[in-house]
Ligand binder design. Sequence first.
Ligand code: MN
Length: 205
Amino acid sequence: MTENIFYSLPDLPYGYKDLEPYISENQLRIHHDKHHQGYVDSVNAVFEIFRKAREENSDLDIKSFLKTLSFNMSGHILHSLFWFNMTPAGKSGGGEPKEHLAEAIIQEFGSIERFRKEFTEAANSVEGSGWAVLAIDENAKRLIIAQIEKHNVNFYPNFRILMVLDVWEHAYYLDYQNMRAKFTDAFWNIVNWQEIEERFNRAKA
Ligand code: MN
């Protein structure tokens, strides 16, 4: 399986130590190099199984493989968004959203503070493993907070994702053990508002 590898692990846009003290080097390394890599490998493995079966014209458990593909592909996509919507604290991380994004947040949620509270609660209350998501409904031109279970359950087709927060235990357990809320609080210090604003502007364009 070499010539058909389409999906690969993106490099982090910062060093492994750069999100400390909010995410430790060890935590980030395992999350990126092991967990995210695992989703990428599984996606490529499923496509390789499809390729072989098509080549040999053999039977496949389509339902089972599509389920596996959906889970792993969604995991790959969400993690790729996640790394880039974080950035080292102080430099560009943290602070407040600006300009058009800030206006849209205030229009939808009433205030930045209210948005932050709702998003944090969404993250903290994900049942089991999942994500908190800020997305834009491009038809209605409105922002929406969503809660994804696993990597692919409860999301809305066709909404454009602007920001994600991974609240799988594998995202925070080494640093925060079972205290997810401490991790979601820490996230606001390393959130990359500039990247999220750029995604917002591309979605609106
Ligand atoms: Mn993860």
